[in-house]
Design a protein around this ligand. Structure first.
Ligand code: ATR
Length: 273
């Protein structure tokens, strides 16, 4: 049986095993998929062991994506740009290939599942950490009218904007500089939701009929999803759809088969309602 796993810390509440097992069932693929709690200092040994024992592929999540990027013997262009890898696989030559499917997962969720085209939109990303690095290039490729990165620590946003300047036009600012602009799409890529917190935002920052999207997901509305509802968002979404879509992309890399994500998203949504 081909074996796969997701590594992270914490990992107990990961939905990835469930998602990949549903994909396997749906597409008639025979595989096993487990979850393993791995601390950063154990990462290299665990991964080497996994592949030495015939493992076929790994997903890596917080806080291991940068380590997975460093581990990979070669990577996709999108992983190289984000300096983060969420999907490792054994290439035909036996070398370990690293990819990052997070950005495409977000774009697919927005476009296919929520019928939101990014071209011509004023887009704001909150946060300038690893999660932001994973989505900037795929968003720029959709040709938004404007992309602004706002971060609590301005210097980090500036650095990130500079790192991605070859990919398109983007601006950087601090959260407190968001007072005189309204955005059609606001993406929360800060880690604030994980601690039930919210970046400090002026009420005016969301345009009329704007959309809010939190990369984090939870069984109940995250503080940012709540903020979106309270500020008249047309949609205020969390990252469950992105989670399923990035998994589908990883599944495709590993198995060469594209699962139908719709029934899986519906099932996971029904389970938390
Ligand atoms: P990740 O890999 O999840 O992006 P990270 O690299 O640690 O994690 O980055 C976390 C991001 O969330 C940062 O942009 C951080 O802002 P700072 O650079 O100013 O630290 C942001 N963040 C975390 N908690 C926040 C909060 N309560 N309010 C605003 N921003 C927050």
């Amino acid at each position: 049986l081909d074996s796969y796993a997701v590594l992270g810390q914490p990992i107990m509440h990961s939905k990835s095993p469930r998602i990949h097992r549903l994909f396997a069932e749906q597409t008639g693929q025979h595989l096993s998929y487990s979850a393993e709690e791995v601390a950063p200092e154990e990462f290299r040994a665990v991964v080497a062991d996994f592949f030495a024992n015939g493992g076929k592929g790994l997903n890596c999540t917080v806080p291991l994506k940068e380590l997975a990027w460093a581990y990979a013997e070669y990577t996709s262009e999108r992983a190289r740009l984000s300096k983060a890898v969420n999907t490792l696989s054994v290439h035909t030559d036996g070398k370990i290939f690293g990819d990052n499917t997070d950005g495409v997962g977000l774009i697919t969720d927005l476009k296919d599942n929520h019928h939101l085209q990014l071209s011509g939109l004023n887009v704001l990303i909150l946060g300038a950490g690893g999660a932001t690095r994973g989505i900037v290039a795929p968003i720029l490729a959709e040709q938004p009218k404007q992309l602004v990165i706002a971060n609590r620590t301005v210097a980090k946003a500036m650095q990130l904007a500079d790192d991605f300047k070859t990919e398109g036009t983007l601006a950087a600012c601090g959260l407190e500089q968001l007072t005189n602009q309204a955005f059609d799409l606001i993406i929360n890529a800060t880690s604030a939701s994980l601690s039930q917190d919210l970046p400090a935002l002026p009420d005016s920052v969301l345009a009329t009929n704007g959309v809010c999207y939190d990369l984090a997901y939870a069984n109940q509305a995250t503080p940012f999803v709540q903020w979106g509802h309270e500020h008249g968002a047309r949609h205020s979404l969390d990252g469950l759809g992105m989670l399923v879509e990035q998994a589908a992309e990883a599944f495709f890399i590993w198995r060469g088969v594209r699962p139908d994500t719709q029934p899986v998203i519906e099932l996971l949504n029904a389970e938390r309602a």
